[in-house]
Write a protein that binds this ligand. Structure first.
Ligand code: BGC
Length: 372
């Protein structure tokens, strides 16, 4: 409670200081004003603010974004706040003072990051939310995967194999809007089974910061509450699945109890091959990233026509819709997702080059691996 109060005070002070100083080094006009006064000879600079690089996916996406910028001849400033939402606001303020032309942000805390949109707009800088929604702000665009669908696929993969019995529910970080959407998707699929009395959720706990250690403890709690009589752990991503599997291993239950995940992390795919994890959800981050970079680069250049084409045209592997962020219905690019189990690793992950065959099957002798 006290922490929240200090957090709000801190955010308030930051906003006030932005108003009072007028952000001396930056353009304080509106987005439109900036677009019309853009110096054609100035090199475009895009800011990429990221909440964490802990999970494998984020670091890969930073590298993809750097490559996109280098290939297209513009500058990219990248900063990760490593799970400190106040630091993220400061970092954005710093990027704005360095004169970025557009901001791509993956919010650490969906609610407290709304303030960055105001700061950016006051500096004439458009804002695109990357994978995690920025709530309560006049956000320009949002690009993400269909997170409710992720939750549905996680639950479906488990109920197909384990239609009856006790489940442990391991939710993601409560500060991340995605974790809530995933929960909704999971519950949509589980509800009829729970109503019939076939499935019972023995424990359901959030894992702050999507922390695997917290997920391990939460799984231990579930196992204790059910006397180890559990058929599946509905884990919300591959990191938390890793924590859950550690807890199962300690009880000799790894491989018999079903476990879900998402992200197609290399460690998760190796566990799927080994039989200790049931499924993951493959989210083609290479497509998410290149679409986001194309969008943010067009915005940075003030190229409205290309932005309109992207919004109205057909995008590869996804669709454009609206997502309510508490302030408005934000135009959103929603990318498709796919369940991955032992049976389709080859036709998804390997086919797309998301991971290499030798890494995924590193513990399987060559003559026992599927044919390429
Ligand atoms: C993302 C997941 C990721 C999690 C933890 C979520 O917002 O959608 O892909 O595993 O954050 O970083």
């Amino acid at each position: 409670m006290l922490k929240k109060l200090f957090q709000s005070l801190f955010v308030g002070m930051l906003v006030l200081s932005v108003f009072l100083t007028g952000c001396s080094a930056i353009n304080t006009g509106t987005s439109n004003q900036k677009a019309t006064t853009k110096d054609k000879n100035k090199k475009i600079v895009v800011g990429f603010s990221i909440g964490t690089t802990k999970q494998e996916r984020w670091q890969k996406e930073v590298d993809m974004a750097k490559k996109y910028a280098a290939d297209h001849g513009f500058s990219l400033l990248v900063q990760s706040c490593e799970e400190d939402p106040n630091k993220q606001i400061q970092q954005v303020q710093n990027m704005l003072s360095q004169g970025i032309d557009a901001l791509l942000i993956s919010a650490q805390d969906g609610d407290s990051s709304g303030v960055v949109v105001k700061m950016a707009h006051d500096a004439g800088v458009p804002v695109v939310a990357y994978d995690r929604l920025v709530r309560n702000g006049d956000l320009d665009y949002y690009i993400t995967f269909d997170n409710e669908k992720v939750g549905e696929l996680q639950a479906k993969a488990l109920v197909e194999k384990y239609p009856k019995g006790n489940y442990i529910s391991i939710l993601g970080g409560p500060e991340d809007n995605n974790a809530h959407l995933i929960k909704n998707g999971q519950e949509k699929v589980l509800k009829p089974y729970i109503d019939k009395g076939d499935i019972k959720i023995v424990t359901q706990q959030w894992s702050k910061g999507w922390d695997p250690t917290e997920a391990m403890k939460n799984t231990e709690n579930g196992l204790t509450a059910a006397n180890n009589n559990v058929v599946a752990v509905l884990a919300s991503n591959d990191g938390t699945a890793g924590g859950a599997i550690q807890a199962l291993q300690a009880q000799g239950l790894a491989g018999t109890v079903g476990v879900s995940g998402q992200d197609a992390d290399i460690a998760a795919l190796q566990r799927i091959v080994a039989g200790t994890q049931t499924s993951t959800v493959y989210k083609p981050t290479q497509i998410l990233n290149s679409t986001a970079m194309e969008l943010v680069y067009n915005l940075a250049k003030g190229d409205k026509k290309s932005v309109e084409n992207m919004v109205s045209g057909n995008i590869q592997h996804g669709h454009v819709g609206k997502v309510d962020n508490g302030t408005k219905d934000v135009t959103t690019f929603l990318m498709d997702v796919t369940t991955v189990t032992k049976d389709n690793i080859m036709s998804t992950i390997i086919k797309d080059g998301f991971h290499k065959m030798d890494e995924v099957y590193k513990d399987v002798p060559k003559d026992q691996r599927p044919k390429q």
